[in-house]
Design a protein. Structure first.
Length: 117
């Protein structure tokens, strides 16, 4: 599964379409073995993915079932909605886009751990 710009990387979801997301921000971890894990901002998620030439194909996702504030639950549904089936992707520098501009995801590489409170 290696030899593509996504496997073995971690990302923070910053936007869905033109809408900036509220903290806690969703995070996605693309394992070298094709495993996907992360959070939606409310719940944990896990599943499988496969990277093709211009698209990522996501298998069914499983999530935990905790409830959160309505705005975060709507954010969660928007993120999960993009991570379904075959989705176009592009990696430019430290940014990853998944899906179409009007409802796709904008992610930034999650390589910097910030400390403080």
């Amino acid at each position: 599964m290696a030899d593509n710009p996504i496997s073995g990387t971690s990302w923070v979801v910053r936007q869905v379409g033109a809408d900036a997301l509220r903290p806690p921000l969703p995070q996605l971890n693309f394992g070298n073995d094709g495993g996907l894990s992360g959070t939606t901002g409310v719940n944990r998620l896990m599943g499988r993915y496969e990277v093709g030439e211009a698209a990522v194909t996501f298998g069914p996702l499983a999530t935990t079932r905790m409830a959160g504030p309505p705005e975060l639950m709507a954010q969660e549904q928007a993120v999960i909605g993009v991570l379904s089936g075959k989705v176009a992707y592009a990696v430019v520098g430290d940014r990853l886009t998944l899906g179409a501009d009007d409802h796709g995801l904008l992610l930034e590489r999650d390589g910097i751990r910030r400390s403080g409170g």
